[in-house]
Design a protein around this ligand. Sequence first.
Ligand code: KIV
Length: 258
Amino acid sequence: MTKSITAWQKAKQEGRKLAMITAYDHAMARLAEQAGLDALLIGDSLGMMMAGEKDTLPVSLEQMEYHTRIVARAVSRPLVMADLPFGAFEESPQQAFAASARLLKAGADIVKLEGGAVMAETVAFLSARAIPVCAHIGLTPQHVRQFGGFKRQGKTQEAADKLFDDALALQAAGARMLLMEAIPADLATRITQALDIPTIGIGAGNGTTAQVLVLHDVLGLNPDKAPSFAKPYLNGAELLTQALTAYATETRAGTFPA
Ligand code: KIV
């Protein structure tokens, strides 16, 4: 049962790999559970995937709460992780606690927040107050304006050392998991080996405890927008367009309803 964080800790200790995917709605969450996914992430990527935003910055806590509730209601076995959206947690540990409590009340098992050692105080505050936290480092999409785009991180020795130190600081502060996005594979492996807590990678090689991908990328729904590290397991855009075209064609031809 991978719903519990201790099961994730055990997987890390035993060297077992876990699979995670983003989910934003009830129907897809049910399918992901049926497929045996270990965790569902209600990522703030929903702003881009569901609402057509150009980045995740406009996503509100209310939106995160709504999508967390409808996903959590759909599943019982996978761990449910929800993102703290931009602007809802950075001001103070107290602000982060209030936002996290709303996501836990909506059904999340754990919250994810973006940021390195600068967030350690907040992680410690939340962890001491019944809020399990996954910290997210590397390409943190909420910092896209600061990064000047969705750019890979940790490429220089200095940047890699900083990420390594961030990871240690976040674990020491009480983070229960660490997600690393778009960083070199050897760095993500080195961090995973140095930490006791499970790690999750996206575009960070295969040395992490778990992998996460965005649902729309796995299903090939936005092939022109998918990052290069994502792997489509279905040509979803083509298949869904074919089905919708068939429905429209039959309706217009009067062959549906039969
Ligand atoms: O919002 C999201 O979907 C994420 C993943 C890209 C890790 O944070």
